[in-house]
Design a protein around this ligand. Structure first.
Ligand SMILES: [Zn+2]
Length: 72
């Protein structure tokens, strides 16, 4: 089982999410991560999380721009 935190609240303040550490399979240890804006989607943003030690991609997170202006 993966250590996975369920986001119960809406991810509006996505910048607060960066504080956590993720398990890095390459380092075989939990590592602090830094986020990188990967893509800007029509309905949100796609962030990538990189291990600060080896730079491996530890996952992506899609942040939906809820409550913000939606342009179609
Ligand atoms: Zn690593």
């Amino acid at each position: 089982m993966k250590p996975q935190r369920t986001s119960k609240a809406a991810v509006e303040s996505f910048r607060d999410f960066t504080a956590s550490a993720l398990f890095c399979p390459r380092c075989r240890a939990p590592q602090p991560v830094r986020d990188r804006l990967l893509l800007v989607l029509p309905d949100g943003e796609l962030w990538e999380y990189l291990c600060v030690s080896c730079g491996a991609s530890l996952g992506t997170r899609r942040v939906r721009s809820e409550g913000r202006t939606l342009l179609h």
